[in-house]
Design a protein around this ligand. Sequence first.
Ligand code: FPP
Length: 248
Amino acid sequence: MTLLEEIDKNNIPRHVAIIMDGNGRWAKKKGNSRLFGHKNGVKAVREATEAAAQMGVQYLTLYAFSTENWNRPKLEVDGLMTLLVSAIENETKKLNENNIRLHTIGDITRLPKNVRAKLNGAIDNTASNTGMNLVLALNYSGKWDITNAVKRISQDIKDNKINVEDINDTLITNNLTTAQFPDPEFLIRTSGECRLSNFLLWELAYAEFYFTETLWPDFSKDTFYEAIKSYQNRERRFGKISEQIKES
Ligand code: FPP
């Protein structure tokens, strides 16, 4: 039985989020530049996207560039931007062939003009696809998103559009850049680091977390299937007790 066959097709998380980590360490181990690691990271993005679509995941969100990543050396930031442009150029056709719709979350207005243009082109180009949604988090951070939501809600109160009493879970959710997506049920982080790094702070409230030692460029379809198998062995209780879950 292959790993894919071992997966219960009726218990696939609707939304999987991934913190792709370890490109730099992977390259260093091979005596190569960090950019070489990122280039190989793009191959892993392809593997993850294909595997997710194959399993029937509806939303795949990838943490591609955080607001803190601007602090990296200019050469690396420029290299990542160039890589992003070439990945979009090379992959858009494949996205369409596989009926995948591209989205972004984060403040993309700060990205270089050519990157923005390519991204917007690919988003438009794939807008009518009805299969999986691939969400790239770019210049994104959870605190940035929550801060903006608070500002928007405060402005609506100031303009007498809503009252303080109207603030609830749904209103906050609707003011985040992720408003149109369901919350992820499952988070994967590679490279052995066990932290959130400012990713989807609100949305991951009830997600199951999975940490693997695999460095991102080595992430394969099988790594993904293993992770999903682990998810399927978890009991999601949402604050209830085990017996209540079994009864429902
Ligand atoms: C983390 O590894 C990786 C990143 C910050 C960037 C991820 C980018 C890609 C996989 C390539 C482009 C993306 C797309 C969506 C086409 P790290 O550099 O933090 O590794 P380290 O912790 O070992 O230094």
